[in-house]
Design a protein around this ligand. Sequence first.
Ligand code: 5GP
Ligand code: MG
Length: 206
Amino acid sequence: MNSRVLLASLIIFSGAMYCMENSSDLTIDDFKPLITSHEIQSAIKRTAEEISRDYKGKSLTLVMIIKGAIHLTSDLMRNLTIPATLEYIQASSYGQNGTTPGKLSLFGIERLNLAGKDVLVVDDILDTGETLYETTCELRKQCPASLKTLVLLKKFPSDPKKHDPLNMKKYSDYPIFSIGNEFVIGYGLDYKEKFRELPDIWVKKN
Ligand code: 5GP
Ligand code: MG
């Protein structure tokens, strides 16, 4: 086999491998609707009212964990009736892994100045709790006046209906929905950087 033929075969082979890899990627057909945009908006409004009551007379510093909490933070902030400022940090553990977590990385904490501020960390979903635990440990070192957390979704291994809201408060100060131990996308949550734009939350079909 001459070198040109060998090179052409290699190109065709790697092209085929690339296509095979991508064809195994999930599409929207692999998901079904779980929580509607309407349900999300109503729940965020109720939570924003609760927060506005809890922090009455104070001003709040929201620390958004990007990228997943982008829509949540924006909708929450617009429903608050107390003054609020916005900061952000980045946490990533899924990356290109798709539906399985990898090593957690946090960026952007050192440039914040939270001393004496009432801080509310806003995250998309709490699974093992590692992201929120690590984040709050780091933020606490800056001596905020107070530090609380809000999560849109809390994952539970068994039937989420068995978990009452008081139990949810063990994990976060303002938990909004509880879900089963399944992979979800939409409303900021991604699969390999896709589907963040969806207004509803979708769950992977079994
Ligand atoms: P934890 O550190 O609590 O185990 O995981 C939290 C982070 O993992 C979330 O902030 C989110 O970025 C990611 N994550 C956990 N479960 C899911 C999921 O079902 N879907 C997506 N898209 N991300 C998830
Ligand atoms: Mg996240």
